[in-house]
Ligand binder design. Sequence first.
Ligand code: ZN
Length: 149
Amino acid sequence: MELDNLYQEVILDHYKRPQNKKLATTFDAQVHHVNPSCGDEIDLNLVIKNEIVTSITWDGVGCSISQASVSILTDLLVGKSITEAYAIYDNFVALMQSKGAIKGDESVLEDAIALAGVSKYPARIKCALLGWMAFKDASVQAQAKSELG
Ligand code: ZN
């Protein structure tokens, strides 16, 4: 896989020094997602308070793309409102599904832009999306729970 050198550095940095990789003991939702085609696995715990994503913690094993992508996601989405987080999520999914056709908006995606090149490698897109799918799943569960009060 040929990714831009600077982007590769961002990915490796998150892989070697993952952010928020320690499952919190309290959470509103906990999910376990796997990507069988590569062997990637993650657990993700989420806390949403007053429509704000206040904590995303995780643990996992797998390839550098999958693990770096979750780390980047936690950096990016903690502190955002659910609406903002979903906008970023939609932006990232669109980028991954673009087959390299769009470059992505760095002002929205920040470090996640480093994964742009992955969209040209269909086998790896699921790796990059694993954490994002887990976040979406957990957020839906957390919101359903808060509506029940
Ligand atoms: Zn993978």
